[in-house]
Design a protein around this ligand. Sequence first.
Ligand SMILES: C[S@@+](CC[C@H](N)C(=O)[O-])C[C@H]1O[C@@H](n2cnc3c(N)ncnc32)[C@H](O)[C@@H]1O
Length: 306
Amino acid sequence: MPTRSHGLPKGPWGDSLHALNDYALMQIGRPSRTAYGTAFRRACHQLHDAPPLVFSDPIAVPILGAEALPELQAAKKDLGSPANIALRAFLVARSRYTEDLLAQAVAQGVTQYVLLGAGLDTFAHRNPYPELRVFEVDHPATQQWKRELLAAGNLPAPANLTYAPVDFECQSLPEQLAAAGFDAARPSFFAWLGVVPYLTLPAFRATVSFVAAQPAGSGIVFDYAQPRHALSPQEQLAHDSLAARVAQAGEPFQLFFTPSEAACELEDFRAIEDLGAYELNLRYFANRTDQLQLRGSAARILSAWL
Ligand SMILES: C[S@@+](CC[C@H](N)C(=O)[O-])C[C@H]1O[C@@H](n2cnc3c(N)ncnc32)[C@H](O)[C@@H]1O
């Protein structure tokens, strides 16, 4: 697969990083292109960023398959642009933050981890917690594609991983999870990374309500995007460019929150932590020898507990 001049991977279905009509593709039964783009950036982090890695993932490269290797190697020359650095930093930060919180949750007795919109997340294949059951929820088309990639890469599903195909827009998350063996009587930790901006508000709220009904000790982490009016003039330009391409694709990103709006959606939760670039850079990117760090205020990561 050739690398585009802007350094974004094409992936199996074309320009995979834009992902502007991702939901449209899934509507017609094709897997998520954003999932590939996100996984590609995590793999680039393993191969090309200076140690120490912010997010160490030995499966990040193998899951993409041998045919992705030339593209991963070629991507090195494009990784240093400010936009690429900031996006890659955000993606590895949100995975690192999530798995840091998961470790805390497990230490406090959580035994179920639910990845909502799992994409090509590899945690299930690195799970260091023998008692932790993992449920991967994703759009059926994306999940099927992931399973084919894993099979092709000789990466068998671990015994404590269960797949639960769900379209958040039109299927019942509680029903599908219950059918997969999820025990709603036990506290669980939910990761919902890179998904919320693609959802409608009703679909977002339905999932939040389901998580809010879980037992005390349960938690959730998700990232979200701020609306245009909350951005600086420079960020608004980037937002407008993105919005135009979204409109052209006919499937806009649908959901934005300010931090106070996000907090309002979580009134049943406690201990909300909402982190932007400044806090994440302090926590995960201090004293690096390379340029890897987050920029801007468009994207944030939030966690909340019951
Ligand atoms: C950007 S990818 C993120 C994947 C993964 N969480 C990660 O961080 O690598 C977005 C994911 O959201 C999923 N997704 C988007 N809309 C969805 C929907 N309506 N129902 C189920 N999954 C959806 C896609 O299938 C894809 O796996």
